[in-house]
Design a protein around this ligand. Structure first.
Ligand code: PLP
Length: 257
């Protein structure tokens, strides 16, 4: 069986973070493993509080896995602090994996900061150049490139700017722009549009986590990156179509329907 590792934060409500990643891996037939970087006290309405995990135990979790188990692909989600970014970059430089998918989680849909402001530079300098694919949404790409993204033209420019910053391949998710959620994939040479149809539901908690972990599961199973991205987009579309009316806020996407 192929294996995938998620390095991310825990969501007690089960909709995003580590929990979304493991559910995605399982539903796609990949053996999931986790390195927990932060514990969030969270439900469908809000992030109540966050406890960052000590960087030594993050380092130990990574080495415990890699020293014993073959890892086919890695997904990185919420890292929280500069210290966590430094340690994850250091460990992944030691234990080299062919596929690393980075979802640069910064702010929850409810507006809670999941990455400290001083950590953005470390993310750009240390992680961006070493990962296979980065999957920012529009606000994350704006923060990484220091420029507003309002149009399709801006999306092309942002991809080129991210490449200048050292990114290898980019999936820029267009869902925050008006209209249908069309995503732009840039492999460093060619652009490919991935068109989508907007699904009108408030139950979209954990969509970014689910998309990036689905890409990870597909590349672990030896799909090419573009094919993995396309299949993952189909997966998240169906998971949103079947999303769950749990709690009073934003319900989670559904991995088992
Ligand atoms: N909590 C954790 C631990 C996450 O990793 C993420 C991922 O983006 C979120 C919350 C945010 O989820 P959303 O913005 O989909 O509500």
């Amino acid at each position: 069986m192929k294996t995938a590792l998620t390095i991310a934060g825990s969501d007690s409500g089960g909709g995003a973070g580590i929990q979304a990643d493991i559910k995605t891996f399982s539903s796609l037939g990949v053996f999931g493993m986790s390195v927990i970087t932060a514990v969030t006290a969270q439900n469908t309405m809000e992030v109540k509080s966050v406890q960052m995990i000590d960087s030594q135990i993050i380092s130990d979790q990574i080495s415990a896995i890699f020293d014993d188990i073959h890892v086919d692909a890695v997904k990185i989600g919420m890292l929280g602090t500069k210290e966590n970014i430094d340690v994850v970059a250091k460990e992944l430089n030691i234990y080299r994996t062919e596929h690393i998918i980075l979802d640069p989680v910064m702010i929850s849909k409810g507006g809670h900061h999941l990455l400290q402001q001083n950590a953005i530079d470390a993310l750009k300098e240390k992680l961006l150049p070493m990962v296979t694919l980065i999957t920012p949404n529009i606000p994350e790409a704006e923060s990484l490139t220091d420029r507003k993204i309002c149009t399709i033209e801006d999306m092309y420019t942002a991809c080129l700017k991210l490449q200048e910053l050292g990114a290898n391949k980019i999936l820029l998710k267009g869902g925050h722009l008006e209209g249908d959620p069309n995503d732009l994939f840039f492999d460093g040479h060619h652009f490919t549009w991935l068109p989508g149809k907007r699904i009108h539901t408030k139950n979209v908690h954990g969509t970014g986590c689910t998309l990036s972990s689905a890409i990870t599961a597909f590349v672990a199973q030896e799909e090419t990156l573009l094919s993995a991205v396309k299949k993952a987009k189909d997966y998240i579309t169906i998971a949103i179509q079947h999303s769950l009316e749990l709690g009073s806020g934003h319900g989670p996407t559904n991995h088992f329907y």
